[in-house]
Design a protein. Structure first.
Ligand code: A2P
Length: 306
């Protein structure tokens, strides 16, 4: 059963191959989705300060554990530090806000959400300069924030730390000074943006990759891809189930859904043939696309569609 599969992290912990993504899932909707997911057997939930839903996600996890006779250790929970907390003196403060909002004893994995720091002084989530560009604090490098994140491990409130949206050059730079190798790099991964080079690089450093937007996010063109649909018909599965079947074999995946039927369907995966996997591996050559591209104004991604 797909829900039983786990990957090993460099901390020795196991991360379930399928987790529920919660970006763009607010309030009551995400509360119900998380409860549905845990009742359906999900043991991995992903959230972030930046999603604005940690309190609801945390409450849903607490309620679902009680209702399903589970213990805290049975569910792997990830959250992420927002870049306005990337100055070293603000890292513990940002962590504590997420920790308090979730209120689930400890965090399994805490990620630096992006490799850019945002100026915290405007007091908003995405501060902008008068010209409209993001107000990035370039004096705060990923290595500086990472050194502060490593210290969180001493608090016992978090079991592992990692990063998100890190490219190979940015990771190379981080690893020059890091005392702790990131446990995870959470990145956009799906057939149109498979990032095999980055996956291979991370594997060579002992960094596990987790796929966000494994379906291509909202209004995905992937779901109507002809090749995916042909393979889906052959297996009597939906296009989403084929995309996720391809994805979970190469990394952990975080499909997001607030629809109870889709939350459940997204765990009903199939074994694809080598030929089908090869056909899907080829898609990026003609349909390469990164769906999530915030306007950072600086180079974040070093490569696309490889
Ligand atoms: P919804 O939440 O209404 O189910 P991603 O995981 O790549 O970010 O994609 C999330 C998007 O895909 C959301 O719009 C979600 O909508 C939709 N989605 C999730 N699961 C499925 C599915 N099995 N079939 C079709 N669309 C899905």
């Amino acid at each position: 059963m797909a829900l039983n599969k786990v990957y090993k992290l460099n901390t020795g912990a196991s991360i379930p191959a399928i987790g529920l993504g919660t970006w763009q899932a607010p309030g009551e909707e995400v509360y119900k989705a998380v409860k549905t997911a845990i009742a359906a057997g999900y043991r991995h939930i992903d959230t972030a300060f930046g999603y604005g839903n940690e309190a609801e996600v945390g409450k849903a996890i607490r309620d679902a554990l009680a209702e399903n006779n589970l213990e805290r250790k049975d569910v792997f929970v990830t959250t992420k530090l927002w870049p306005t907390f990337f100055r070293p003196e603000k890292v513990a403060e940002g962590f504590q806000i997420s920790f308090d909002r979730l209120d689930i004893e400890y965090i399994d994995l805490f990620l630096l959400h992006w490799p850019c720091a945002l100026n915290p002084e405007q007091g908003v989530a995405i501060p902008r300069k008068p010209d409209g560009t993001r107000d990035i604090d370039t004096t705060v490098t990923p290595s500086i924030t990472w050194a502060a994140a490593e210290k969180l491990l001493d608090t016992g409130k978090v079991k592992a730390v990692g990063v998100s949206n890190y490219s190979i050059p940015i990771l190379e730079d981080l690893l020059k000074t890091a005392k702790v190798v990131p446990a995870v790099n959470q990145i956009e991964l799906h057939p149109y943006n498979p990032q095999q080079k980055l996956l291979d690089y991370c594997a060579s450093k002992g960094i596990h990759c987790t796929a966000y937007s494994p379906l291509g996010s909202t209004n995905s063109t992937l779901l109507s891809d002809e090749t995916i649909n042909k393979i889906a018909t052959a297996h009597n599965k939906s296009p989403a189930q084929v995309i996720l079947s391809w994805g979970w074999a190469r990394s952990s995946i975080l499909p997001k859904s607030v629809n109870p039927e889709r939350v459940k369907a997204n765990t009903d995966l199939v074994e694809l043939s080598a030929q089908e996997i090869e056909q899907i591996n080829e898609l990026h050559k003609t349909h390469g696309k990164r769906f999530i591209k915030p306007d950072w104004g600086v180079r974040v991604f070093d490569e696309d569609f490889e």
